[in-house]
Design a binder for this molecule. Structure first.
Ligand code: G6P
Ligand code: MN
Length: 443
């Protein structure tokens, strides 16, 4: 039997956690656990899920101990893996990240544009603190980070902890898209092998084959040009997600060389998206009324019960499966293939060495390694240079509390561009985020 591990779930009040626990149950032979430490600073929110989490573990994983804590020392003192998906400011701040930009006719999205900037500034502070705390106890603990915006968090942590080889930043969107490709093409997802390049939430698939070497990329491109792209990931079927898939079709009618991530739409069609958005009801509201509601209802049903049917266990979320498969691949040095976030260092040969790029690669006991990609063409390079400069200036604005760098970052962002709008939205976000971050004008 494989050696069991201890994991800490940081942000255990997230509505994504119950399905993650289901995956941990299903993967207990592959990634066995002796203990799960559930940690959140919001005891009440974590408490809404505690009865459910305990019921699942008692029913299907009695050998795994469960600890619930709001004490960060207890959370990080003795653990092998931190699964981190904290959301600083919770849904209330997500809602502002989405709604404030819409006031100025700008895209309102949690990871892209001004909302992503504001969220990044909040996440960086909390993530820095978390890494310092974890490292005060152990240099060996793996930190698997899902906290968004992963592009900003990954770059910021790389700048603040450049020698730390045990922080891995993860995004499940490429994995999620491959789930859809698998259904479209009728090829099991485990057999699909992709090539991809870009920055996080800003990239393209360039190749898709199966393990026998059959090439499906042209079939996929033709399909996405001529058919409505519908997500096969059940979590992405609400209205706002469906729109993002349809815009992949739209983009591919212009340019179909590579297949873009759904997030590229915000940079390609920002005016149209802002105009179509409802400033009173954004994704924060929609996710609260869909995923959160379903999860909390399942948790309520669990309260007071002492046994549960396996069918009632939430499981199999894209996020949960990715986290657990990555942890397994590290723990047993499997070097399985994933789309990874890594420091470029020549992977994309004509792109900034110190950028964090998203490419196909492997994950094992040394962390993530990207496959060499070679040079990229001027169009993609141009887009990525601008976006990378935005990311870097955001991180520098955070580290130096520098207002001008924040303003430059937003002007560079393709969802903003106009300096007067950049300044107006920045000032508004600064005020709304005053409990989390601040900026000052250079003397
Ligand atoms: C995808 C992205 C994540 C993001 C999530 C948002 O999975 O890769 O980075 O957090 O979507 O989903 P939501 O349902 O909360 O809008
Ligand atoms: Mn992501």
């Amino acid at each position: 039997m494989r050696k069991p591990h201890v994991i800490t779930i940081a942000g255990a009040g997230s509505a994504r956690v119950p399905a993650l626990i289901g995956t941990l149950v299903n993967y207990k032979e592959r990634f066995p656990l002796s203990k799960i430490i559930f940690y959140d600073i919001d005891e009440e929110r974590m408490g809404l899920m505690e009865a459910y989490d305990r019921l699942v573990l008692n029913s299907f994983y009695p050998e795994c101990q469960a600890v619930f804590t709001t004490d960060e020392d207890e959370a990080y003192r003795n653990t092998d893996f931190v699964f981190c998906q904290m959301r600083v400011g919770k849904t209330a701040m997500r809602s502002l990240d989405e709604k404030i930009p819409l006031k100025y006719g700008l895209v309102g999205q949690e990871t892209c544009g001004p909302g992503g900037f504001a969220y990044g500034m909040r996440s960086l502070g909390a993530m820095k603190h978390m890494v310092e705390k974890v490292r005060s106890y152990s240099k060996d603990t793996w930190i698997l980070n899902y906290t968004n915006p992963a592009a900003i968090v990954a770059l910021g942590l790389d700048k603040m902890f450049p020698d730390d080889k045990r922080i891995l930043n993860l995004c499940d969107q490429p994995y999620s898209l491959m789930k859809s490709y698998s259904k479209i093409l009728g090829v099991p997802q485990e057999k699909l092998r992709a090539r991809y390049f870009g920055l996080n939430h800003f990239g393209w698939f360039t190749q898709l084959k199966d393990t026998e070497g059959n090439d499906y990329f042209d079939t996929l491109r033709a399909y996405l040009r001529d058919h409505d792209f519908r997500p096969f990931n059940a979590e992405q079927r609400s209205k706002s997600w469906l729109d993002t898939y349809v815009r992949v079709n739209k983009y591919m009618k212009y340019l179909d060389e590579y297949v873009p991530t759904t997030y590229l739409q915000y940079y390609m069609f920002p005016q149209e998206i802002a105009a179509e958005s409802d400033p009173e009801y954004t994704r924060a509201d929609e996710s609260r009324d869909s995923r959160e509601r379903e999860v909390f209802e399942a948790c309520e049903r669990a309260a007071g019960k002492d046994s549960m049917d396996r069918e009632d266990m939430l499981t199999n979320s894209v996020f949960g499966n990715l986290m657990v498969e990555v942890a397994e691949s590290i723990a047993y040095d499997l070097n399985n293939e994933f789309i990874v976030l890594v420091r470029n260092e020549g992977i994309i040969s004509n792109f900034e060495e110190t950028a964090i790029v998203e490419v196909a690669g492997t994950i094992g006991k040394e962390g993530a390694k990207g496959y060499p990609f070679g040079p990229i063409k001027p169009y993609y390079k141009g887009l990525m240079e601008g976006q990378y400069a935005y990311e870097l200036l955001t991180v520098e604005a955070f580290m130096e509390q520098n207002y001008d760098k924040a303003l430059m970052a937003l002007i560079l962002n393709r969802t903003v561009v106009d300096p007067s709008k950049a300044k107006a939205v920045l000032d508004d976000l600064l005020e709304a985020n005053k409990d989390y971050w601040t900026l000052s004008k250079e003397a």
